[in-house]
Ligand binder design. Structure first.
Ligand code: ATP
Ligand code: MG
Length: 426
């Protein structure tokens, strides 16, 4: 952690003083880097007298010179008012109500109303009988309810300035990940924020500042109390981020990876744990490579890949491996779900992931014999299984083995033609 850490001004002082406004000539955020549809939404809201800001991750990414994944809009118009302004829009969200504005080409712009710093969601607010005034708030309140300082910046379409209530510009400039407000309080209120801190540190290469890091180490166990579906979506997003190797390394150092997958790390001695981590990082580097080439990697392959390093040290698996003719899909599923407990994946995803794992030995045999029987190649998960096999081989056996074997892999074209023929017959 080399960066010089700047003390964040006291939260009380930050809240008391007004925002820092960075006028257009002093920052790099340009409308030409924004989606046309997002600009349309911003202008329409502004023209109807509402505040209209670009918020959250899109401002952060634009300031970093990156292309944002999505452009989220914040406004003081309520969801119903937003809904009225856009013909093709819908109010969505169970936890937090917001508006989706639809454009041609399946483009969606998400518009959320500035919220007060209440920690409970809209369902609880409804149960408590809170009025809209008690849920929705000012831009300032909305900035302070966000997770990290670098995610708390606004871009104002009225004068193209950046509005910074939380010290996010300074942290972006210095490369620092810091929670907005007291880290312990923020993590206790929503432990998923710990995963978000690790995610953004891994993605940006920024340093997690000491107080945030300490709170993370102290409260990491709380992640087990969160909704498994929410947490699962978060780590799947991290695996898919193109920076998954850095994410895993940091999440392990923070102890979060151990809290997320306790069974995965159980029963390993120090050497085995080091080996699992080494294999995992190696596989994830391969995955990051695929994703940076624009490939989409589906859920079964993601979870098979995550579990593979652990399987390679599991005695049950090694015993099965000695019987190379067996296709132990159900054993593979059992181990897979044990290591990924308590995340309850759909049965179809479990089956596909187990099949990918179980196909590893037949694929190894095919490579060795240079012969690819139909029963191996025609499996629906074959492409994914082959991908995993190559990644494991790269990590376990090193580069030399890759060149020796790659010539005997069946080409995609041959396989496709064969399949088409079969369909034609039927
Ligand atoms: P990405 O590039 O992955 O979309 P993002 O920062 O935009 O990154 P989102 O999940 O899209 O992440 O969230 C949008 C914004 O909502 C964040 O930038 C942050 O300000 C706020 N936010 C999201 N989750 C939380 C949370 N758990 N607590 C507080 N604020 C949050
Ligand atoms: Mg986002």
């Amino acid at each position: 952690m080399e960066a010089t850490i700047v003390e964040q001004p006291n939260l009380f002082l930050l809240k008391r003083r007004g925002p820092t406004i960075i006028p257009r000539p002093e920052h790099c955020v340009s409308r030409k880097d924004m989606d046309r549809e997002a600009l349309k939404v911003l202008y329409r809201l502004k023209d109807h007298g509402y505040l209209a800001y670009l918020v959250g991750g899109s401002v952060r990414d634009l300031l970093l010179g990156r292309r944002p994944k999505d452009f989220d809009v914040g406004t003081n118009a309520t969801p119903r008012q937003v809904r009225r302004l856009f013909r093709y829009s819908r109010i969505i969200g169970k936890r937090f109500r917001l508006v989706h504005v639809y454009f041609r080409g399946r483009k969606i712009i998400e518009v959320s109303t500035f919220r007060r710093q209440i920690e409970f969601d809209d369902r609880e607010a409804a149960r408590l009988g809170l009025s809209e005034n008690e849920i929705y708030g000012t831009p300032k309140e909305d900035a302070f309810r966000r997770d990290l300082t670098i995610n708390g910046l606004f871009y104002n379409i009225a004068d193209f300035s950046i509005i910074d209530y939380v010290g996010g510009m300074e942290d972006l400039r210095r490369g620092i990940i810091r929670t907005i407000g007291e880290p312990s309080v923020r993590f206790i209120r929503d432990p998923v924020r710990m995963m978000r801190a690790v995610r953004h540190a891994a993605r940006t290469g920024f340093t997690i500042e000491p107080a945030t890091w300490e709170a993370l180490e102290q409260h990491r166990g709380l992640i087990r109390l969160c909704s498994i579906h929410r947490v699962r979506d978060e780590w799947l997003k991290d695996l898919n981020s193109g920076k998954s190797a850095a994410w895993a390394r940091l999440a392990y150092r923070a102890g979060l990876l151990q809290e997320l997958f306790p069974a995965y790390w159980q029963g390993l001695d120090q050497d085995q744990e080091r080996r699992v981590l080494h294999l995992l990082e190696g596989l994830l580097k391969g995955l990051d490579g695929l994703i940076s080439q624009g490939e989409t990697v589906d859920e079964p392959l993601l979870i098979a890949l995550l579990v593979m390093p652990r399987l390679l040290t599991a005695p049950e698996w090694l015993a099965l491996e000695s019987n190379k003719l067996k296709w132990p899909t159900h054993e593979a599923r059992g181990l897979l779900m044990e290591f990924l407990a308590p995340f309850d994946f759909r049965r179809a995803v479990q089956d596909a992931a187990a099949q990918i794992l179980a196909s590893q030995w037949p694929i190894g045999l095919c490579y060795a014999r240079g012969n690819w029987p139909k029963r191996v190649v025609n499996k629906p998960t074959f492409e994914s299984a082959l991908e995993l096999y190559k990644m494991v081989r790269d990590v376990v056996r090193g580069e030399e083995a890759v060149t020796v074997h790659s010539s005997s892999a069946p080409s995609k074209r041959r396989r496709r033609r064969r399949r088409r023929k079969k369909r034609g017959k039927a």
